[in-house]
Design a protein around this ligand. Structure first.
Ligand code: NI
Length: 169
């Protein structure tokens, strides 16, 4: 297993639309293992392959308190979104240190394959439902700050670029 570097907003590679996984092979298993290790190490609740610059429809999530209940979603699709929506605070490993409110459906149904290619049905609410919507957005090339106003987004960009510059020097 290996830790993978996480792309940082506003890196344009985060806007790439991911392609479906076609081969359920050792390469996919090793990508999933590396993504899980990277997510746990960064103390995130979810990670999309887009964020590690792999543009395939692969997501890992763990919203458990115990950090030992990984959910692996290959070629995920949301099949139902609750009409009820709620604004909640979100963060993202690709937008370090930034938290802001995004409105999301409070419950979702989704289907996705596991790492072996078996179809699984998922019903989620609360934090898991938000996380699924957030991670699937990444696969479409969308980062949560892109829901915010252009003014807020520009402030976030400036803040992150400034932080990166001071790290580099
Ligand atoms: Ni994210």
């Amino acid at each position: 297993m290996a830790l993978l570097p996480i792309l940082c907003y506003p890196d344009p590679r985060l806007n790439t639309v991911a392609k479906p996984v076609a081969q359920f092979d050792a390469g996919l298993r090793s990508l999933v293992d590396d993504m899980l290790q990277t997510m746990y190490e960064a103390e995130g609740v979810g990670l999309a392959a887009t964020q590690v610059n792999v543009h395939q429809r692969v997501v890992v999530i763990d919203t458990s308190e115990t950090r030992n209940q990984p959910l692996v979603l290959i070629n995920p699709q949301i099949t139902w979104l609750s009409p009820e929506r709620l604004k909640g605070e979100e963060g993202c490993l690709s937008v370090p240190g930034i938290y802001d409110g995004v409105e999301r459906a409070v419950a979702v149904k989704a289907q996705a394959m596991d790492v072996k290619g078996q179809m699984q049905q998922i019903e989620a609410q609360g934090m898991l439902a938000v996380c699924i919507q957030h991670e699937l957005d990444h696969l479409m090339g969308k980062v949560f700050v892109e829901y915010l106003s252009p003014l807020k987004r520009n402030r976030i960009k400036t803040k992150i670029l400034k932080a990166q510059r001071s790290e580099d020097s």
